[in-house]
Design a protein around this ligand. Structure first.
Ligand code: F6P
Length: 759
């Protein structure tokens, strides 16, 4: 109503103004028409009285002529009448003739446009017409001929004065009607406009709300019939793109202005997310309590995921739900299966979930690591899919979903689901907590649709993952593969431009978030100087001080390319025998998933190959390969990184590989060379490393030789660039970007007043 008034009143005023401005124009036009009418009328009268007048004049009856004129004046519009024989003669006229009209002034009234006279009775029109003896009178108002000059045929001039006051009356009436017409027009236009505007506004608002929810206009009609407004679709798409561009522009600007640290994360959590409930779910726990005789030892697992998430949780003080796998885990938790960590400075809670040996065998060893792991990595190991493993995988995912529901303090927590162990969890959480914001991160690669197709439960896995609000991968390549896979196997709508997937009435944003490490590294890790590390590590391994050292740190996993790495070292020594006895490669290999046949087999192969190569080159000094199949704590690993001349990461396929980034972080002396497999996510971020194909042992041998001979200055230049990148794109930025995206999704939901469910 207010809108209508605001619109109608100005419109009425505008139209009234137009009417007011148009009125004089109408006046002028009607005056012209009336004058023309009067002139025709005057000619008619002149023609009619021509004969009787000539007779009167011929008879010389002047008094009779005046009476004759007064009789003619019965006509309501004819005001006065007169006759001039010559310009000097007195006028024979009716009583009403205005004093200004004389025989001497006839010439003036004949001039075009000069026939009007304002008198006491109002406006008068004066017409002067010739009276001829042999021809009927015609008006000469259109000619310039001086008709007052007597000719042989002209007998004088007739003067007819018409009353034009009726014209003023008519003009007033016309103006009044004009005003009414404009007012009626204004009312009609306003009414139509207001009705149309109301209808469009409602439709537009519904469209905008749906658009802001990231659904609606682009959603299929069967999902939401009221949102299928085809006319809006192009606008909606443009607007959506614009919003996203603005968001990403803002994000890029904000990100570059931020220093990403634990404090930045805390600020985002307490500011953007208003200190909301944060829950992390992963299979591997960040602290494992192991019983060693009388003692309970706290272990940190060799896991990229833990490396990345632990500093985040220290900053956020949330709850981390994970499988309690340590032998003393149950002894140390409270009655709710929780324990505060880190042990030295508790900052957040671990909530442990207990699994039976059958569950662990089917869910972890079976489906996750014999099925999904080889399925997602191109390492030429066949996945094994058993339905009994799948049943355990489903059951354990449900168990974790229940733990999430129990641990969440609100109806809309932020849940960070980690990795391929929990593909079904996002949907299970969504079913229980529809308003939750679920950010899932897939730490390993995602294969192409053809490779993924071999999984017998591919649809269930994809549908489970699409319960997430945001689905994150390390690289755009993995995002593309995922979206292609969804497109191939699900009835989902995939927007290739925005990388949003709409499935089952909800949206999942598929995004790239390259994971990283803590920066700056904990000072304790860099406390021992590089020369000290070099010297101690060499002494500990029985190597001469000037001996060249290479380092590899991995879980003993077939995807890491440890066999290929050893073959490259062998090839180096074949091609450049000078390095025999002068170069040793230390391989730290943390035992992993050892109850799986493939891993046992792989460990045996690695041990055998190292032994064979060492045997081959053993004669001339220290062995080329030192294999340490044991878990190493982070400070020990950093010591090795700082002591080495090169680090070799030769993964056959790897989501990111944080060892590469840790080596760079460890080298505050800006020395050391990184050799990096092109099949890691890290290779896209660290092009200053020596990028190699691990299957090409000649190329890898050349890279090893280049690294061992690289001048200090070149090492410095490369290392400086890589350190700059890791510093800027650290793990706080990785988590911060996901949380900021989650925050803007939640804000958008609040803005349009919709629950999170429709994310
Ligand atoms: O980096 C990939 C990854 O699967 C992590 O997600 C996982 O924590 C790590 O490897 C170690 O694997 P696991 O927990 O099976 O020892």
């Amino acid at each position: 109503m207010r809108l209508s008034l605001r619109f109608v009143l100005p419109l009425l005023l505008v139209l009234a103004g137009i009417a007011y401005a148009v009125a004089p124009l109408v006046d002028r036009m009607t005056l012209r028409w009336f004058v023309r009418d009067i002139e025709i009328r005057a000619e008619l009268i002149a023609n009619t009285i021509h004969g009787p007048l000539l007779e009167q004049l011929a008879a010389g009856k002047k008094a009779k002529t005046s009476e004759f004129f007064n009789r003619i004046l019965q006509d309501e519009r004819l005001y006065a009448i007169g006759y001039c024989a010559t310009t000097t003669a007195p006028m024979l006229a009716s009583r009403t003739l205005p004093a200004e009209v004389t025989c001497a002034s006839l010439q003036r009234w004949k001039a075009p446009g000069e026939q009007l006279l304002s008198g006491a009775r109002g406006l008068l029109h004066v017409a002067v017409l010739p009276v001829n003896t042999d021809t009927p009178a015609v008006t000469d108002t259109t000619t310039e001929t001086d008709t007052t000059t007597p000719t042989t045929t002209a007998a004088g001039h007739l003067v007819l004065v018409h009353d034009m006051s009726f014209m003023t009356r008519r003009s007033e009436e016309t103006k009044r009607y004009l005003f009414y017409v404009f007012m009626a027009l204004a009312a009609a236009v306003s009414l139509i406009t207001v009705v149309v505007a109301q209808l469009s506004w409602r439709g537009w608002m519904a469209g905008m709300q749906a658009l802001l929810r990231g659904e609606g206009l682009l959603r299929r009609p069967e999902v939401s019939p009221q949102s299928s407004l085809p006319g809006f679709k192009p606008i909606a798409r443009d607007l959506q793109r614009l919003i996203k561009e603005l968001e990403s522009e803002n994000r890029a600007r904000d990100e570059s202005q931020l220093t990403w640290s634990p404090d930045t994360l805390r600020t985002i959590l307490h500011g953007e997310l208003r200190g909301e409930d944060v829950i992390v779910v992963s299979n591997r726990e960040p602290y494992i309590h192991q019983r060693r005789g009388e003692m309970v030892e706290v272990q940190r697992p060799a896991s990229g995921l833990v490396t990345a998430l632990e500093p985040i949780m220290r900053a956020c003080s949330g709850t981390w739900i994970a499988h309690g796998s340590g032998s003393a885990d149950q002894e140390v938790v409270d009655s709710h299966d929780r324990i505060a960590v880190p042990p030295e400075h508790p900052a957040y809670q671990i909530r442990r979930v207990w699994l039976t040996p059958e569950e662990e065998a089917g869910y972890y060893y079976g489906f996750s690591n014999e099925g999904m792991w080889p399925l997602c990595h191109i390492a030429h190991v066949r996945p094994i899919f058993r339905s009994s493993d799948w049943a355990q995988y489903v059951a354990v995912n449900r168990k974790f979903a229940q733990a999430v529901v129990k641990e969440s303090k609100t109806r809309n927590p932020i849940v960070l689901v980690q990795d391929y162990h929990f593909a079904l969890l996002p949907k299970m959480i969504r079913d229980e907590l529809p308003d939750a914001t679920i950010i899932s991160f897939w730490h390993i690669p995602w294969p192409n649709p053809e490779s993924f197709a071999i999984c017998p439960w591919r649809e269930e896995i994809l549908a489970g993952m699409l319960g997430s609000s945001i689905m994150g991968f390390h690289t755009q390549f993995h995002c593309n593969n995922f979206v292609d896979t969804v497109d191939r196997f699900l009835e989902a709508r995939v927007d290739r431009e925005s990388f949003d997937v709409s499935f089952g009435g909800k949206m999942t944003a598929v995004r790239r978030y390259p994971i990283s490490i803590e920066w700056p590294p904990e000072p304790a890790l860099l406390k021992k100087s590089v020369p000290e590390c070099r010297s101690e590590i060499r002494s500990r391994n029985g190597l001469p001080q000037e001996h060249k050292l290479g380092i590899g740190v991995d879980r003993l996993d077939y995807t890491k390319g440890i066999l290929e790495r050893f073959r490259s070292i062998e090839r180096l020594l074949e091609l450049n025998p000078d390095w025999i006895g002068r170069f040793t490669f230390v391989q730290i290999a943390a035992p992993t998933r050892s109850s799986i046949d493939e891993y046992q087999h792989h460990e045996a192969q690695v041990r055998a190959l190292a032994a064979r190569i060492n045997a081959r080159f053993d004669r001339r000094g220290p062995p080329p390969i030192v294999l340490k199949v044991e878990q190493h704590a982070t400070p020990q690993v950093y010591e090795y990184f700082r002591a080495s001349d090169l680090c070799f990461v030769s993964s056959l396929h790897d989501g990111m590989n944080l060892v590469a980034k840790e080596f760079v972080a460890a080298r505050d002396d800006e020395r050391g060379v990184l050799i990096l497999s092109e099949f890691t996510g890290a290779a896209r971020e660290l092009p200053e490393s020596l990028i190699v194909n691990p299957y090409d042992s000649d190329q890898c041998a050349a890279a090893l030789h280049l690294a061992l001979s690289m001048p200090d200055l070149e090492q410095r230049d490369r290392m400086r660039l890589m350190r700059g990148l890791v510093a800027e794109f650290n793990v706080f930025r990785w988590a911060g970007r996901m949380l900021l995206d989650a925050a803007s999704k939640r804000k958008r939901r609040r803005l349009v007043g919709k629950p999170e469910r429709a994310d």
